[in-house]
Design a protein around this ligand. Structure first.
Ligand SMILES: [Zn+2]
Ligand SMILES: [Zn+2]
Length: 286
């Protein structure tokens, strides 16, 4: 396949009319040829195309998993999309229209916001033995190699393998380098991991608002709201509380009045509609 044809297909990825694996195989074949020909620029360009295909694939995987309510697995795919974007942006800048990347990046960020995970495990390690992914040489401060991490050599991004390391500590943080380590509880009886997170907002997006395609555009606005007395309707201080707790209103939910909570507003747009922003549907939940 010619590179121009590859670009044409990249432009139509959101239509989902051809298998991503086939396109990826064509790109890989062209890249192998470019490396053989010693054309480093071409090989790098094809690495960019590969990364774009990878982003679409990971994002589609995440979408399917979330729709099936496999939330943690979906989360890990989103994390991989974020890392792929980080690598891509070093070598390629895109505008709103290019290869649907802008829409995917926005969707990933919004999905991460509505996930209930807020704290992550982070490992503090001392790397004892590190090698270069390009030349396999063992690297140390006194003994560096000529390759720069993140740069593209022969169509591959340079990284480091950590062969040996000591773990010093594991801490809980809000913003680790990667967010794969989500904390789960263990069931005391069975010893199995349990998931006690509340995924209501994700569930609402995928099942009630019924987002059906990973390429359907939607947006999110988050604001802080306060619980108002009126939110409980007509209820006396000494009436049984409407939350069915069995206690009086004044000793129960009345105490929550004034508490702040995040309010999520979804903005849906039907992309098949020619007047993109006219057919907007606003839905709110808290
Ligand atoms: Zn090297
Ligand atoms: Zn109550």
């Amino acid at each position: 396949m010619k590179n121009e044809e590859i670009v044409a297909r990249l432009n139509d990825l959101h239509l989902q009319i051809f298998p991503l694996e086939d396109l990826a195989a064509h790109v890989q074949a062209n890249k192998t040829q470019s490396v053989k020909d010693g054309d480093q620029d071409q090989a790098k360009q094809l690495w960019i195309y590969q990364t774009i295909i990878e982003i679409h694939q990971l994002y589609r995987n995440a979408f399917t998993l979330l729709k099936e309510k496999s939330y943690y697995k979906g989360w890990c795919q989103l994390e991989r999309v974020e890392i792929a974007f980080h690598n891509l942006k070093r070598h390629f800048s895109f505008d709103k229209k290019k290869y649907f990347l802008w829409t995917i990046e926005k969707a990933v960020r919004n999905l991460q916001i509505i996930f209930p995970y807020k704290m992550f495990g982070s490992m503090e390690i001392v790397k004892k033995k590190v090698t270069c992914t390009v030349c396999n040489q063992q690297i140390s401060i006194r003994n560096p190699c000529a390759h720069i991490v993140g740069e593209i050599y022969n169509g591959e991004m340079c990284g480091r393998y950590v062969i040996e390391a000591d773990i010093l500590a594991i801490s809980l943080v809000e913003n680790p380098g990667n967010k794969y380590s989500v904390m789960f509880l263990k069931d005391e009886k069975t010893g199995e991991q349990t998931d006690n997170y509340n995924y209501d907002i994700l569930d609402y997006l995928f099942n009630e608002l019924n987002i059906t395609s990973p390429y359907e555009f939607w947006d999110l606005e988050v604001s802080q709201r306060e619980i108002q007395l009126e939110d409980y309707g007509k209820i006396g201080r000494n009436d049984p509380c409407s939350c069915n707790s069995g206690t009086k209103f004044k000793n129960c939910c009345l105490r929550k009045v004034g508490d702040k909570y995040p309010h999520y507003e979804f903005i849906l747009v039907n992309p098949s509609d020619k007047n993109l922003f006219i057919n907007s549907l606003y839905k709110t939940i808290h």
